[in-house]
Write a protein of this length. Structure first.
Length: 317
């Protein structure tokens, strides 16, 4: 694994201790981390590890907002679309491992770790969804300047909170807009209050595999609890229906049948408001963590948004 675009901020005063992720789950209790990994069957917890063995890490920092992307090359030749993956609250690039394994057969994959998550330093001030999108845009601009990867007209794919970041990125950067995949977008009707959101998430989690619930919990612990708590109010207040209106292009929405944070009627409303072509896809039996057990549904949505749906015989089982 090689690293380029290493963080370029000018030297300055050292970041205060409480802004670094020194209290992550891995450093506090490595034995507990290993037990969870054994239960889950995959490494979702060591966030410094790449989401694919040959991933090339790209890092960008603007002030104390450090964003990291993993560049995963297309397996078979070149010329496919670029897929940009954006994780949810408390999660990270590792959660997309199954999606990456399938998706890289059709194009190049850029998997983003947002500021404050995945063992990245926590910024001094809370960040809105617009702030997260600006950080990703700055990273993309730096990649383009390096001439390592052309990220024009990508397929933007967000999960949970990442759907809000993806939407804001499409709104602020027209050259990145036009092909959008929203996986389990939040927050649906009646879940904009913390207590209502927590209840909906808890009820939805009853339908997750135990491994999926463990991944969600461990992700929050890795982020130190404080940073997710500072970010959550912006997630709850995000006016999704208003922001998606007239976004146009091609939009695919993916939700699980048991996801109470993203009801079917609301997903259909978002698609209608967007003015985009596309569809609402339902992963049968899935809940909010649809990317863990239904990667094929996510990949089919991404390929549809890209306009390059393969024959069924060419799809991985």
């Amino acid at each position: 694994m090689r690293e380029s675009l290493t963080p370029p901020p000018a030297p300055g005063p050292a970041m205060p201790r409480h802004h670094t992720p020194s209290h992550s789950l891995a450093s506090q209790d490595s034995q507990a981390t290993r037990r969870i990994q054994e239960r889950v069957g995959r490494n979702y917890l060591d966030f410094d590890e790449p989401p694919a063995p040959d991933a090339h890490v790209l890092v960008r920092a603007v002030g104390d907002r450090r964003v990291r992307a993993w560049d995963v090359a297309q397996l078979d030749g070149e010329g496919g679309p670029v897929f940009v993956l954006l994780h949810g609250l408390g999660a990270g690039a590792l959660l997309f491992q199954e999606v990456i394994e399938e998706l890289r057969r059709y194009g190049r994959v850029l998997v983003v770790d947002l500021p404050g998550f995945s063992n990245l330093p926590r910024p001094r001030r809370p960040m809105t969804m617009e702030d997260f999108a600006a950080s990703v845009e700055a990273l993309v601009e730096r990649i383009d300047l390096s001439e390592e990867l052309d990220v024009d007209n990508p397929v933007l794919i967000g999960h949970s909170m990442g759907t809000q970041v993806a939407l804001e990125l499409a709104r602020r950067a027209p050259r990145l807009a036009g092909r959008l995949v929203l996986i389990a977008p939040v927050m649906g009707p009646g879940t904009q209050r913390l207590d209502h959101a927590a209840l909906a998430f808890a009820r939805s989690s009853l339908h997750e595999r135990p491994a999926g619930a463990l991944v969600s919990i461990s992700g929050f612990l890795h982020a130190g609890l404080v940073w997710p708590a500072r970010t959550l109010p912006f997630v709850l207040r995000y006016p999704f229906a208003e922001r998606v209106s007239a976004i146009g292009g091609h939009l695919e929405i993916v939700r699980g049948t048991h996801d109470l944070l993203c009801p079917q009627a609301w997903a259909e409303e978002l698609l209608e408001r967007s003015g985009a072509t596309g569809s609402v896809r339902v992963a049968e039996g899935a809940s909010h963590q649809v990317i863990l057990d239904h990667a094929h549904t996510v990949v089919e949505a991404a390929l549809s948004a890209a306009g390059s749906v393969p024959n069924r015989a060419d799809r991985p089982e």
